[in-house]
Write a protein that binds this ligand. Structure first.
Ligand code: HEM
Length: 415
C-alpha cells in the first residue's frame, strides 16, 4: 500500500539521525536536515509518531494548510487532582494553541498593540533600555566575564514586553524562570522533575496575572493588561481564563525567541570574522538584513506541530485525519532550493524569505517588536564594543525545539 510504503521508507531516516533527545544531534542538526531535505517529501518518524516536513516548500505548506490545525492535546495525570489543569487551560485558551473562530477573536484583541506602526513608537524607549544595559555590561551580573545572554540579550526583551503589559519592575525577575519551566514542555525529552516545575510555574504565573488583572480593574493603567481587563468587562469577548492565558503567552513568546535569536546569531557571527567585520563597518546600515539572517541561519525555534483536521496531503504524501506533522523551520531556512549558499552566513542577504516567524494564520504576532528590538540591540552592541570577542566557548542548551545558548561569555576588548 502506498501509505505504508511511505512510512517504511522513512524508517531509513532514523538512520539519518533525526533524534531530538540526542545531545550530539542537538549540537548540530544541520547535516541531518540536509539528508531529510534530499528525500524531497515529508518523512514519517516512528519514534515521535509524526511526519517531518524538512524542505522549505513542505514546512511552509504545513504552516499554511488550513486542513492542518494547532490542536492542543491536554496533558493528563494519573492521580485524583488534575495537576495539569492550569497548564492545560493556559494553552487551550491562548492565541497560539487555538484555531478559528476562537483564534481570530483572541488575536484581533491584541493585534493592534503589536502592529508595526504601534510598535515603532517604542523605538526611543527600546534604545534607552539597551543603552542602559550596555553601560552596565563591563561589570556583568555574574562572577565571571560579561555574559551576552544574562546581561544583554535576555533582560532587554523581558523589560520591553513587561513594560508593555504593565508588570511592575520588581516582579520582572519572576518572568523568565516561569517561562522557561513552561517551554520545557515543548521538548521531547521531558523529565518528571521538569514536568513538576512546569505545573508549579503554570499555577504561579496564572495566579500572578490573575491578581494583577484584579488590581488593574480597580486601578487601570496605560498598559495591555488594563486594556484586556477593560475588554473583558465590556462584554463577553474575552473570558477571565483567556485574559490570563493571553497575557502569559505574550510574556513568554515576547522574550524567549528574541533572546535566543540574538544569542544564536551572535555565536554564528563571532565564528564568521569576515561577516563580523562587514557588520562592524556598517552596523546600522546592515542591521535589518543581519537580523533576518540571524533568524534564518540558526533559528531559535525549530519545530512546530500541526494536526490534520481532515485527510490532506503535504508534498505528495497523504496525511490522514488525526495525524501530526512537524514543520522543521531551521531546516526549511537552510533549503538550497530557496537560499543561495544556504549554509553560509551572509549579513547582507536580500531577499531572505526565511520562515523563522512561521507563516499562515499563526504567523508571529510579535515579529515587528522582535525586529525592532534586534535591529536596535545588535548595532548598538557592535558600536559600543567594536573589539568584542568570545571570552570562552558559548554553552549551548541540549533542547531541540527551542534552540538556545545558556551563556555566551564576552571579552569586550576594552583594556
Ligand atoms: C525573534 C523572535 C521571535 C521569533 C523567531 C518568533 C517566532 C514565532 C513563530 C515561529 C510563531 C508561529 C508558531 C506556529 O506557527 O505554530 C510565533 C507565534 C507567536 N509569536 Fe513569536 N517569535 C518571536 C518573537 C515574538 C515576540 C517579541 C512576541 C511578542 C508579543 C511574540 C508573540 C507571538 C505570539 C502571540 C504568537 C502566536 C500567534 C498566533 O498563534 O496567531 N513573538 N512566533
Amino acid at each position: 500500500m502506498k501509505d505504508e510504503g511511505w512510512r517504511a521508507q522513512v524508517r531509513q531516516h532514523e538512520a539519518a539521525g533525526f533524534s531530538p533527545r540526542d545531545p550530539a544531534f542537538v549540537a548540530d542538526p544541520y547535516a541531518v536536515f540536509d539528508v531529510l531535505r534530499r528525500v524531497g517529501r515529508p518523512v514519517w518518524d516512528d519514534d515521535l509518531g509524526l511526519w517531518l516536513a524538512a524542505t522549505y516548500a513542505d514546512a511552509d505548506a504545513v504552516l499554511r494548510d488550513r486542513r492542518l490545525g494547532r490542536i492542543f492535546s491536554p496533558r493528563r495525570s494519573a492521580g485524583d487532582v488534575d495537576v495539569w489543569d492550569t497548564f492545560n487551560w493556559l494553552h487551550a485558551d491562548s492565541i497560539l494553541d487555538s484555531e478559528p473562530p476562537q483564534h481570530t477573536r483572541l488575536r484581533s484583541l491584541v493585534a493592534k498593540a503589536f502592529a508595526r506602526g504601534h510598535i515603532e513608537r517604542l523605538r526611543p524607549r527600546v534604545r534607552q533600555l539597551a543603552d542602559g544595559l550596555l553601560d552596565e555590561l563591563p561589570g556583568g551580573t555574574g562572577s565571571g566575564p560579561p555574559d551576552l545572554i544574562a546581561d544583554y540579550a535576555e533582560p532587554l526583551p523581558v523589560m520591553v514586553i513587561a513594560e508593555l503589559l504593565g508588570i511592575p519592575g520588581g516582579d520582572r525577575p519572576l518572568l523568565r524562570p516561569w517561562s522557561q519551566a513552561i517551554v520545557k514542555m515543548y521538548e521531547y525529552d521531558r523529565t518528571p522533575a521538569a514536568e513538576q516545575e512546569a505545573q508549579t510555574a503554570s499555577a504561579e504565573f496564572a495566579a500572578y496575572i490573575g491578581e494583577l488583572a484584579r488590581q488593574r480593574r480597580s486601578h487601570p493603567g496605560d498598559d495591555l493588561v488594563s486594556h484586556l481587563v477593560a475588554v473583558t468587562d465590556a462584554g463577553e469577548r474575552l473570558s477571565e481564563r483567556e485574559l490570563v492565558a493571553t497575557c502569559v503567552l505574550l510574556l513568554n513568546a515576547g522574550h524567549e525567541a528574541s533572546v535566543n535569536g540574538f544569542g544564536n546569531g551572535m555565536v554564528a557571527l563571532l565564528k564568521h570574522p569576515a561577516e563580523l567585520a562587514r557588520l562592524r563597518a556598517d552596523p546600522w546600515g546592515l542591521a535589518a538584513t543581519a537580523v533576518e539572517e540571524f533568524l534564518r541561519y540558526d533559528a531559535p525555534l525549530h519545530l512546530f506541530e500541526r494536526t490534520a483536521k481532515a485527510d490532506t496531503e503535504i508534498g505528495g504524501v497523504p496525511v490522514r485525519a488525526g495525524e501530526k506533522v512537524a514543520a522543521l523551520l531551521g531546516s526549511a531556512n537552510r533549503d538550497p532550493a530557496v537560499f543561495a549558499d544556504a549554509d553560509r552566513l551572509d549579513v547582507g542577504r536580500d531577499p531572505n524569505p526565511h520562515i523563522g516567524f512561521g507563516g499562515g494564520i499563526h504567523f508571529c504576532l510579535g515579529a515587528p517588536l522582535a525586529r525592532l528590538e534586534l535591529q536596535i540591540s545588535l548595532p548598538l552592541l557592535l558600536e559600543r564594543y567594536p573589539r568584542l570577542a568570545p571570552a570562552a566557548e558559548p554553552v549551548l542548551r541540549d533542547t531541540f525545539v527551542l534552540r538556545d545558548y545558556h551563556s555566551i561569555p564576552l571579552d569586550l576588548g576594552e583594556s
